[in-house]
Design a protein around this ligand. Structure first.
Ligand code: SF4
Ligand code: SF4
Length: 143
């Protein structure tokens, strides 16, 4: 992908995240910010991330990638998200106490938008668990 293409993806993701955050603020879901859902194994949760989100994350995250050795997000620090501004779509949409219907609808809509962003910028669509995406980022290869 060209630098211009990568820039377009970063701008596109930024817009998608703003749309997500705007929908979320309308629903105003309750969240105690306990961080339990970032401990995937104990919460029974999985986080999938897509190609353009990882490009955006790579651009914004300053510092070495963290290996995910257990089924806990490595960016969970003392119960808080250390990458809050560049957290993934799945992190932004999931709220354990909110109605699953609008969350599922929003997820489906956002996946369509993420796929479209890939098509427009001629990048391959991939949607993998966070662990696989981080391993690929550490190895500096496409995931
Ligand atoms: S969504 Fe639920 S589990 Fe996750 S941080 Fe909020 S209250 Fe905690
Ligand atoms: S990126 Fe942040 S919000 Fe998302 S799973 Fe990791 S710690 Fe939780």
């Amino acid at each position: 992908m060209t630098f211009e293409g990568s820039k377009n993806v970063v701008v596109g993701i930024s817009e998608i995240y703003k749309r997500i955050d705007s929908v979320i603020s309308r629903h105003n879901p309750q969240c105690s910010k306990c961080g339990n859902c970032c401990d995937f194994e104990s919460f029974g949760h999985k986080l999938y991330v897509s190609t353009p989100e990882v490009i955006y994350f790579r651009r914004h995250f300053k510092g070495p990638y963290r290996k995910m050795t257990r089924q806990i997000c490595p960016y969970l620090e003392n119960g808080k998200c250390a990458v809050h501004n560049c957290r993934f779509a799945g992190c932004r949409i999931f709220f354990c106490k909110a109605d699953a219907k609008w969350q599922n609808e929003l997820s489906e809509q956002i996946i369509k938008e993420l796929k479209l962003l890939c098509e427009q910028n001629e990048i391959p669509w991939q949607y993998v668990e966070l662990q696989a995406a981080l391993e690929a980022a550490i190895a500096e290869k496409e995931f």
